[in-house]
Design a protein around this ligand. Sequence first.
Ligand code: COA
Ligand code: MG
Length: 288
Amino acid sequence: MKSLLFVPADSERKLAKAESCGADALAIDLEDAVLPDRKPLARQMLATYAKGYRGKSQLWVRVNDLASGELLKDLAAVVPLAPVGIVLPKVTGPEDLDIVGYYLDMAEVAAGLPQGQTKLLTVCTETASAVLRMGDLLGTARPRLIGMLWGGEDLSTSLGAGDPRHPDGRWRSMYEHARNQCLLGCHALGIEAIDTVYVDFRNPEGCRASSLEARYDGFTGKAAIHPDQVPVINTAFTPTEDEIAHARRVIAAFSSGAGAVSLDGKMLDIPHLKSARQMLHSAGLEQE
Ligand code: COA
Ligand code: MG
């Protein structure tokens, strides 16, 4: 999943626009983009939308968090619509995933759907506890959990802190830490790692730089808040012709059977070969 576009569920125009925006996935939002008194309306609008949806992007729904008092109402409304999955915000630790997993089991049975069908993406850095307990996710199989994304704004709010960024746009160290925890957690679990949103949505160059940095660091995709960000993110997460050509040259350099070789005056060993193969794989190309 390269691009995941957030779409407020209570906006007919945004829902309409989202259908053909080219995102790999839509996260129709029932949480922070919807005011409390509009949640019932947002659930109704989501239901109408999902029933008539003909778009190619996967349909996901961001539900409210476990402590909100809204989650059960969300799940009762959302699960029968059979979205690909739900995005669960503000988790505090692995038990939240297990509790929501049981709720999903029940809602799926009630809706006559196969148990386990609804997948989970979690926003895994919005509370101090979640960041500190990232490692506790390891060692227990949770087949619903196919990816995690990180967020800085809610973490900052939960810490009583100010803007999570320096004036020049760089993340402050706490949020770099949370980002790294998310990245390590996702790779340790072998699931998708989704970078947080780039909020300056009228700045495509900034979004491009942020997306390229995320891919370079090992994220597999990035969240978007505006349709204009979707093509920028999709392109940034697609290997370029030059990168593919270089990966092919690296693979060719190992054809002699040696474990360490030289290319353009630089030493290459097995990690370089693996990275080159991963690059071709992520571009949907066969290895030699
Ligand atoms: N999904 C789908 N369509 C969107 C969209 C989104 N996230 N954001 C904007 N659009 C649509 C608008 O409706 C408009 O189409 P229209 O003219 O047919 O109505 C078009 O794209 C251009 O929008 P624009 O005028 O540039 O932006 P805006 O001022 O209407 O909205 C935001 C700006 C930030 C409020 C809006 O992008 C948004 O709501 N983003 C998502 C917020 C969110 O979900 N936050 C929670 C997750 S972090
Ligand atoms: Mg939020």
